[in-house]
Design a protein around this ligand. Structure first.
Ligand SMILES: CC(C)(COP(=O)(O)OP(=O)(O)OC[C@H]1O[C@@H](n2cnc3c(N)ncnc32)[C@H](O)[C@@H]1OP(=O)(O)O)[C@@H](O)C(=O)NCCC(=O)NCCS
Length: 220
């Protein structure tokens, strides 16, 4: 019997998504430490774009939050509950995270995306490319029927990406954000909407390692 490779042990490690000059690759421990430093360098101003305040605190606290979060998700991975966490790199420079999460995907065929970029990399069209990359993985790689996303109503950048890609509204809820009631908007994109998107939202996306990922997650 040949010795199992890294990808045999953890098939997510074989997945790569490339769109334009942005590459998404799975977050390993080394990368989670580097992502922690990137996050500590700043993701947002005073406004908190996330549901939990993991970007608050000292640099080392923020970096630890990032490392702990990614390590924890890895322990939880199983076919009925997974979180695929990808580090985004632009020309090999680490710039942020793009994720796809689901519970009971084999039944629901529904997954939720999430993302962040270091502040220096925002507003340059990269968030849009990352979202297209993860939608391609979901619809074409994993055969999703819908992908959802959500953001605070005042998260102009995230909602602009969502609007630009043509999601439909999927409700909203009033939640606590650091002690204040804030509206969170939900959106969804169906397979039909994905397939009917315009030519400007169809950059070439290269997907690698998806068959082994599907087999591991027991997705038909
Ligand atoms: C949300 C985020 C991933 C979007 O990525 P991005 O690279 O900044 O977005 P893009 O440059 O691709 O912009 C996409 C659209 O949003 C618009 N946009 C970007 N920032 C904006 C802002 N602050 N206000 C209004 N519109 C904005 C752009 O003009 C663009 O629209 P256009 O192409 O029609 O001009 C990124 O801004 C980010 O990491 N923000 C902080 C963390 C966060 O909010 N994560 C999401 C939590 S739900």
């Amino acid at each position: 019997m040949p010795t199992p490779s890294d990808v045999d042990v953890w098939p997510l490690l074989g997945v790569k998504i490339q769109v334009s000059d942005v590459e998404l690759a799975p977050v390993d421990d080394r990368t989670a430490l580097d992502l922690g430093r990137l996050a500590a360098g700043g993701i947002h101003g005073n406004f908190l774009p996330f549901q939990s305040p993991w970007t608050r605190g000292s640099d080392v606290e923020v970096a630890r939050n990032v490392f702990r979060y990614h390590s924890g998700l890895r322990q939880e991975m199983r076919p009925d509950k997974w979180s695929l966490e990808f580090a985004a790199r632009l020309d090999h420079t680490l710039i942020g995270v793009q994720s796809l999460t689901s519970e009971n995907f084999r039944t629901t065929r529904s997954a939720e995306s999430g993302s962040w970029l270091g502040q220096a990399w925002q507003g340059k069209g990269i968030g849009t490319l990352n979202r297209i990359a993860i939608l391609t993985l979901a619809f074409e790689g994993l055969r999703a029927d819908e992908v959802t996303t959500s953001a605070w109503a005042d998260n102009a950048a995230s909602n602009a990406v969502t609007r630009k890609l043509g999601y439909e509204p999927n409700g909203e809820e009033r939640l606590d954000r650091e002690g204040r009631v804030t509206v969170q908007k939900r959106f969804r994109m169906t397979r039909e909407m994905w397939e009917s998107r315009g030519p400007d939202l169809r950059p070439h996306v290269l997907l690698e390692g998806v068959e082994a990922l599907r087999a591991w997650l027991e997705i038909d």
